[in-house]
Design a binder for this molecule. Structure first.
Ligand code: RIB
Ligand code: CA
Length: 313
């Protein structure tokens, strides 16, 4: 029985690869909907990019919604410097024929969680947590009906990327992250500690391009664009690949290792705003609210990703 998931995303090249990985795996994952959130670029462009990626996957059955256009309390901070003006620079994807659903993405999340069997839907968060936090605030009862929130965000040993202290998704909307971390639903985090260990090295990108299908070529062009910023910044042989780790965790959890511990987020200090503080060594005695993953089997991850991408048009 395929696991029902809602993907909340700010595509972004790495978000797009995560979406393709999920949409290539219908026997494992039933994508009941995709909700765009403001993050990498503005909401309108993220939503347009989500439509383009769904069309690229050939899965025209997947509804796409627009969610919140800015963080709960702060002005939106975007990342065109990484993802390009469009948010999906690299491939020249055609204007989508698919249209956005009229329903607001936050209401879609609430309604599906209320109408589907309790514990049957997993939320996959690939961007700032604004939509999920707003859904929890508007309808608190959904917290007990969420099977799991699997999110790419935060860091502990790897500390920050958008600031020395904070990872981008959490930094953009730390108040939303605080709502999610306190909501009581099962949470699994894929932090920078994991994603910095799965780097898109040239041989891995070449294996994807060599698939020879449209999806492989598009992913190659996407990651060849977005890697530039990170290669210059870190000097590594490959850029970290963030969001697809969320989907890979659902497909093959054995690729990842970590532990349950308490994770909280800084919302007061401007110096460390958005910092996720993981009590990895259990020094506080605070209750564990998160499965905090710390490492991944990188070769296994790329073998999974490449094989699944080969199944797409
Ligand atoms: O810090 C990495 C995260 O920020 C990823 O989700 C990437 O898409 C950007 O949104
Ligand atoms: Ca993202």
């Amino acid at each position: 029985m395929a696991r029902k998931i809602i993907i909340d995303t700010d595509p972004g090249q790495d978000d797009a690869v995560a979406m393709l990985l999920a949409l290539a795996s219908p026997q494992d994952l039933d994508v009941v909907g995709i909700v765009a959130v403001a993050g990498n670029v503005g909401l309108e462009r993220n939503a347009l990019n989500a439509l383009k990626v769904v069309e690229l996957s050939g899965r025209k059955d997947i509804p796409v919604f627009a969610g919140c256009a800015r963080p709960m309390r702060r002005p939106l901070i975007t990342a065109e410097h990484v993802h390009g003006e469009t948010g999906l620079n690299g491939p020249d994807l055609p204007a989508p024929k698919l249209l956005l659903e009229r329903q607001h993405g936050v209401d879609f999340i609430i309604n599906r969680l209320l109408q589907d069997e309790p514990g049957s839907i997993t939320l996959c968060a690939l961007g700032p947590l604004t939509n999920i936090a707003m859904a929890l605030i508007k309808e608190p009862s959904i917290a007990g009906r969420i099977a799991e929130i699997v999110l790419m965000g935060g860091a502990y040993f790897e500390v920050g990327n958008i600031t020395p202290a904070a990872e981008f998704n959490i930094y953009v909307d730390p108040e939303a992250a605080d709502v999610v971390l306190r909501c009581g639903a099962p949470i699994t985090m894929l932090p920078l500690d994991v994603t910095h260990g799965v780097q898109s090295t040239p041989d891995r990108l070449e294996a994807i391009r060599a698939l020879g299908n449209r999806a492989g070529q598009a992913v190659f062009e996407m990651l060849s664009f977005s890697e530039d910023f990170d290669l210059k910044k870190y000097g590594w042989s490959g850029a970290p690949l963030h969001d697809p780790t969320v989907i890979a965790y659902l497909l093959q959890p054995g690729l990842f290792d970590g532990r349950r511990c308490n994770v909280e987020v800084e919302t007061g200090s401007e110096l460390t705003r958005g910092m996720t503080v993981a009590d990895y060594w259990h020094v506080t005695g605070k209750p564990a609210n998160v499965q905090f993953l710390r490492s991944a089997d990188a070769p296994g991850f790329y073998t999974l990703l490449t094989e699944r991408l080969s199944r797409l048009p």
